[in-house]
Design a protein around this ligand. Structure first.
Ligand SMILES: Cc1cc2nc3c(=O)[nH]c(=O)nc-3n(C[C@H](O)[C@H](O)[C@H](O)COP(=O)(O)OP(=O)(O)OC[C@H]3O[C@@H](n4cnc5c(N)ncnc54)[C@H](O)[C@@H]3O)c2cc1C
Length: 389
């Protein structure tokens, strides 16, 4: 079995396959695992899944448990505060864990090092893919040398600009927002100045919304940048300070650990399967990060696909089993993840007046609160995938 990409999705799929007796080779273009600061929220069902790999406890040890989250507006203050306790009967982890995705990839790579079915090869960009009735062949570009490797199946988990997706000729349908996302990290202690703050806080505002999230040692503040300012100007210290100054009136001149600028997309591949090759994670779908559904959804793809591939590999299921991966994961991505993340963005851009009414109605009704928590935790997407058969 071949996997392109050693991000969280490729490594989860590879580790699950290797542990179920399928030999896997992972090709990673980088010379080490990525250090990039991106996903930092792991949802309850994802933590349940990662437990199977023994990765959840180390992740908790290196991260922060977030048992609740809140919505605010600059105008009204706290609109609603939700605790995950009402869904403790359907998950062993009724909380989010905030830890960078680079912690997860290192935990998995360390745990799998030396496993006889697990081979992780760095400096190995996949440059091309061909397939026939019995297998898939990838071309690797190793320092100007072209090499080929063959396997029975290929998982393309090589991120948003996926070479595998392009090589398979699969369209990446959707759109790119005109706005960019600026993430600013600071060691500033927001608890000392913002009353009733919790470690995940979405603050709606029609002019300048933001999202505050605590990770070990730092807070990350996310802003949408829709000015005409160039990428260069947006990434200056002064620009970051001007955004941070909008967070708490009267506080400015923050210590800034780092800033990163991202483009924001909503795209889903037209198919998650082409013969013996599959797409998973960002290679298959990308969305805005509000709600933390990108990597989590990608890990859910990896688990769904790895179980099916292992069953087919061991002769316990036939090929039609693999079509279910495309049907289930692609449809839930379109029906739920894309829809929720777009709605999350609209809510944050609003005055909060309507949003406040809807949150109040949810918070006042225990049945609606539970449904809401199942949805934001992504448990609903997993239930829906099962219903699709
Ligand atoms: C600011 C920000 C915040 C986010 N926050 C969250 C969050 O809190 N929760 C959440 O769920 N999601 C979040 N996301 C989204 C999340 O980061 C991605 O969904 C996640 O990284 C996808 O994982 P992946 O393994 O599919 O792809 P990637 O993490 O992109 O990994 C792909 C890997 O493939 C390698 N690669 C690329 N091309 C090739 C090739 N040709 N051959 C071999 N290897 C290759 C890359 O080097 C990389 O190691 C956030 C994103 C951003 C930008």
């Amino acid at each position: 079995m071949l996997v392109a990409g050693a991000g969280p999705v490729g490594l989860v799929a590879a580790a699950l396959l290797a542990r179920s007796g399928v030999p896997v080779t992972v090709f990673e273009q980088g010379s080490a695992l990525s250090e990039e600061s991106r996903a930092s929220t792991f949802h309850p069902p994802t933590l349940d899944m990662l437990d199977e790999l023994g990765a959840t406890d180390p992740l908790i040890a290196q991260g922060l448990k977030a048992p609740s989250f809140q919505y605010r507006t600059k105008k009204h203050g706290v609109l609603a505060h939700f605790d995950f306790a009402p869904i403790a009967d359907v998950t062993r982890h009724p909380y989010r864990v905030q830890a960078e995705q680079s912690k997860l990839t290192r935990i998995i790579a360390d745990r799998m090092a030396g496993h006889p079915n697990f081979d992780l090869q760095f400096d190995s960009p996949v440059a091309g893919v061909t397939q026939d009735a019995s297998g898939v062949e990838v071309t690797l570009d190793r320092g100007g040398r072209r090499e080929t490797r063959r396997g029975r199946y290929l998982i393309g988990a090589d991120g948003a600009s996926s070479t595998v997706r392009r090589a398979l000729g699969i369209e990446f349908e959707g759109f790119t927002w005109p706005d960019r996302l600026l993430v600013i990290s600071t060691p500033f202690d927001f608890y000392s100045v913002v009353p009733e703050l919790c470690s995940v806080s979405y603050v709606a505002d029609p002019v300048r919304w933001y999202f505050l999230l605590q990770i070990p040692g730092l807070w990350r503040a996310m802003f949408l940048v829709n000015e005409d300012a160039s990428d260069e100007r947006v990434q200056t210290h002064e620009f970051a300070q001007s955004l941070m100054a909008t967070v708490v009136p009267g506080i400015s001149n923050y210590e800034i650990a780092h800033t990163t600028l991202y483009k924001v997309h909503q795209r889903v591949a037209k198919s998650f399967r082409a013969g013996r090759a599959f797409l998973a994670g960002d290679a298959a779908h990308i969305n805005n990060p509000l709600g933390g559904m990108g990597m989590n959804g990608g890990i859910h793809d990896a688990v769904n696909l790895a179980q099916r591939l292992a069953a087919v590999w061991h002769g316990k299921a036939d090929d039609v089993e693999l079509d279910r991966y495309d049907r289930q994961r692609r449809l839930v991505t379109l029906e739920t993840i894309q829809k929720y993340t777009i709605q999350n963005k609209k809510n944050l851009e609003s005055t909060g007046d309507e949003f406040r009414e809807s949150l109040r109605a949810i918070a006042a009704d225990p049945a609606r609160t539970r449904d809401y928590l199942l949805r934001v935790s992504m448990i609903t997407t997993l239930t829906r995938a099962q219903e699709l058969g």
